[in-house]
Design a protein around this ligand. Structure first.
Ligand SMILES: *Cc1c(COP(=O)(O)O)cnc(C)c1O
Length: 370
């Protein structure tokens, strides 16, 4: 049996007819940029995410950058980000001219530890950017409390957690402006690059719409220095199709996670994902941890099982961020996660047989390597 880390086979074949129809309609519409599909997607996604406004943009990184910008983050500010995240979170801060300030995650949830945020706040701190890593909501009520106490903006990185909740409230609806990604491999993925800003502030949404389109509201009249960060009509059309299935696909991800946990919870050698009692998890990734990570990954690969490491190098140790002056040991929890985490296959359409096969191979590995 070979099991890829990620497969679109099942989800693609489910929507194939609708996608081909949509493409034909798009092709004949001759409306390729900023048309009615994008407007329809923005309305539908707002309903899904329970927010007042969605602004469709080019990708997740641009969504985060524009969110920071409309939240008022500027050159010279500091923005608090988790020390274990995908590089895009940190790049978005850098693009604004602000400095990223890292805060260690909780070792159980892998999300930013809200009790460690206060110590990182300085006179320059402007915002906190929590990342709902792997699909589990951060401790949003605790983060909002710290933000309110110090008058900071919250901008969520919701790229991995479409549909996740904290105390019943959806991720992407807490911050003043929040960014999400529809990169193909995300839980809600386009057929190319796409992203969105979600907000409950209509004036911020309006500013984001101006910024994404050359700083222009009326064609050839430019109010400010804007960007070309628009979402294509075609991607909006594709996302509208997938949006109808996302809740079912999230249920499937949870079922797969449950199967893994049932098969593996008695195995003392690995740390399984832990979901906080106030959080829900949409399992963008199913991440286990073991000090024997590299050997396990090789073993599974030899058995035909694809895995990935999210992420092998934390941002503070990336060459690109050498100038911040951190070194090995600066953020020991992030570094420990980077050296022990392994993401197992999880995608809608995966069968119990496939999960059992993977789990049994993991058990075999530890029997041989204990
Ligand atoms: C994917 C991702 C992004 C960036 O999204 P793109 O659409 O690839 O630009 C940002 N943050 C996190 C946590 C992500 O996983």
């Amino acid at each position: 049996m070979t099991i890829p880390f990620l497969s679109f086979d099942v989800t693609n074949s489910l929507i194939e007819q609708e996608v081909f129809q949509c493409f034909a309609q798009f092709f004949r519409s001759k409306q390729y940029i900023l048309g009615s599909k994008l407007q329809e997607f923005e309305r539908s996604y707002s309903a899904y995410n329970e927010v007042a406004s969605t602004v469709g943009v080019s990708n997740g990184l641009d969504a985060l950058f524009l969110s920071m910008k409309i939240a008022g983050v500027e050159q010279g500010d500091e923005v608090i980000v988790p020390s274990n995240t995908y590089i895009a979170t940190v790049l978005a801060v850098t693009y604004t001219g602000a400095t990223p300030v890292f805060v260690e995650p909780d070792i159980l949830t892998y999300n930013i530890d809200p009790t460690k945020i206060e110590a990182a706040i300085t006179a320059k701190t402007k915002a906190i950017m929590p990342v709902h890593l792997y699909g589990q909501s951060c401790a949003m009520s605790d983060i909002m409390m710290v933000a309110e106490k110090y008058g900071l903006a919250v901008v969520e990185d919701n790229a991995q957690a479409h549909g996740a909740r904290w105390k019943g409230q959806l991720t992407g609806s807490w911050g003043i402006a929040n960014g999400t990604s529809f990169y193909p491999g995300k839980n809600l993925g386009a057929f190319g690059d796409a992203g969105a800003i979600t907000t409950n502030d209509a004036s911020l949404a309006a500013r984001a719409k101006v910024l994404r389109n050359y700083g222009s509201q009326q064609k050839y009249y430019n109010e400010e220095i804007g960007f070309n960060m628009r979402m294509d009509e075609l991607q909006a059309g594709m996302l509208l199709i997938k949006l109808k299935y996302i809740s079912d696909w999230t249920r499937q991800r949870n079922q797969i996670a449950l199967w893994y946990s049932e098969m593996l919870h008695t195995l003392a050698d690995i740390q399984l994902p832990y979901t906080h009692e106030h959080a829900t998890h949409v399992y963008h990734l199913f991440v286990i941890r073991t000090p024997k990570r590299d050997a396990l990954q090789q073993f599974l690969s030899a058995k035909g099982i694809g895995t990935m490491i999210h992420y092998p190098v934390p941002p503070h140790l990336q060459n690109a961020y050498h100038f911040l002056g951190y070194q090995k040991g600066s953020f020991p929890i992030a570094e420990k996660l980077a050296s022990t985490s392994l993401s197992l296959p999880i995608w809608p359409g995966m069968t119990k047989e496939q999960v059992d096969f993977i789990a049994n191979q993991i058990r075999t590995f530890f029997k041989q390597n204990d």
